[in-house]
Design a binder for this molecule. Structure first.
Ligand code: GAL
Length: 424
């Protein structure tokens, strides 16, 4: 019997990329959504893809308190390369825009206590037309290691999706052989899904720390909604692949084109979905209320929960959605939960949602301590039969955390109608 149990336990364990990285979703800053492929350093020196931009963002990640709440990686996206490789076939950073070279930029980022990420592409070219790694993957992996890169995003333009089952693992092995731990972010499944191929997630989990499943995010509510729907509609297929060391990647956090409420919704759902928190925003000009969203420690704690379980949509009716994620602490067989109420309705008035904890799947007889993660509202300890009522703004969110209580606190009987609402 115990042998069978052991076998069962082993078979349900997903074998993940064994580089010890991304045990929780990576957090940092990535250039693409906000700065794109702006190479015009003469006309637009402040916003072009250049070493200055990344140094400035690294400075601000530290000085503005982002590093203190967990943001760690400074990641370069496309358009950092010269159009041609160097005489020894090596990758060369654009000489005008990165005059000090990538090793110097990595050193700068490391000296700030941060980590450094880079972008490449599995194919002949990157999506913006710079040299890809095809045919040079070993040399490029070694070059990244010599530059002390900590994170590689490997895109999939200009390559054959059918080759990816071999090519992505091969580059991952080259990265591993350098001996330098580098987070490996893959675009492998999304290109295969677009090509009508059903991705081999067993292999993707084994070789990548995170991977894109769906469209690039654009800085709009419509784009964000399409991603939310994709993750909800395909959740039974997507969720089992996520776990410590291997996460789905719904793309960057941006807020230039999102309202305040919509930005709150993105942050809350990214936390529920165990997503990487890669800000693609201009940290020089971000408004304080948006900065507060990105620095919300309670929501970051949900995102970074050590169980690494990706949450799911548990309710969807007439524009109201409820999303929930099991988190620590666990008591006996009961998880704690983060629960997000999202209002997708477009009538301009907030919607009331009333539900008992039991209806949300929170069944522990010992009760749950419930608090709101954006508003300073503490609901106290509630029993599963307690009905909570929240008001959700249009395109906005209310996110709660319910910590299961250990037995010793349940000695006093829980009044099912007990409902403490304290606004400090
Ligand atoms: C896309 C990728 C984006 C960005 C862009 C750069 O394919 O999904 O995240 O990296 O290429 O050209």
């Amino acid at each position: 019997m115990s042998v069978i149990l052991l076998l069962l336990a082993l078979s349900s364990t997903v074998i993940a990329l064994d580089n010890g990285l991304a045990l929780t979703p990576p957090m940092g800053w990535l250039s693409w959504e906000r700065f794109r492929c702006n190479t015009d350093c003469e006309g637009d020196p402040e916003n072009c893809i250049s070493e200055n931009l990344f140094r400035t963002m690294a400075d601000l990640v530290v000085s503005e308190g982002y590093a203190a709440v967990g943001y760690e990686y400074i990641n370069v996206d496309d358009c950092w390369l010269e159009k041609n490789r160097g005489p020894r076939g090596e990758l060369v950073a654009d000489r005008k825009r990165f005059p000090s070279g990538m090793r110097a930029l990595a050193d700068y980022v490391h000296a700030k206590g941060l980590k450094f990420g880079i972008y490449e592409d599995y194919g002949n070219y990157t999506c913006a037309g710079y040299p890809g790694i095809l045919g040079s993957s070993r040399q490029d992996a070694e070059q990244f290691a010599s530059w002390e890169v900590d994170y590689v995003k490997l895109d999939g333009c200009y390559s054959l999706p059918t080759d990816m089952d071999v090519g992505y693992p091969e580059f991952g092995r080259h990265l591993n052989r350098t001996g330098r731990p580098m987070v490996y972010s893959c675009s492998w499944p999304v290109y295969q899904i677009y090509a009508g191929i059903s991705p081999n997630f067993t292999s993707i989990i084994e070789h990548c720390n995170l991977w894109r499943n769906f469209d690039d995010i654009q800085d709009s509510w419509a784009s964000l909604e399409s991603i939310i729907d994709y993750y909800g509609n395909n959740q039974d297929y997507i969720i089992p692949n996520a776990g410590p060391g291997h996460f789905n990647d719904a793309d960057m956090l941006g807020n230039f084109g999102l309202s305040y409420e919509q930005s709150k919704t993105q942050m809350a759902l990214w936390a529920i979905l165990a997503q990487p928190l890669l800000m693609s925003v201009d940290l020089r000009t971000i408004r304080p209320e948006y900065k507060a969203i990105l620095q919300n420690k309670k929501i970051i704690a949900v995102d970074q929960d050590p169980l690494g379980i990706q949450g799911r949509r548990i309710y969807k009716h007439k524009g109201i959605e409820i999303w929930s994620r099991p988190i620590t602490p666990i008591y006996q067989t009961y998880y704690s939960y983060a629960v997000a109420f999202v209002n997708r309705r477009t009538d301009g008035t907030p919607s009331d949602v009333a539900v008992t904890l039991r209806e949300l799947g929170l069944q522990s007889p010992t009760g749950y301590r419930v608090e709101d993660l954006y508003e300073d509202v503490d609901y106290g300890v509630l029993s599963p039969n307690t009905k909570i009522k929240v008001k959700v703004n249009p395109s906005g969110v209310v996110i709660l955390r319910a910590d299961v209580q250990p037995e010793r606190f349940s000695k006093r009987p829980l009044n099912p109608f007990y409902y403490r609402y304290t606004k400090k």
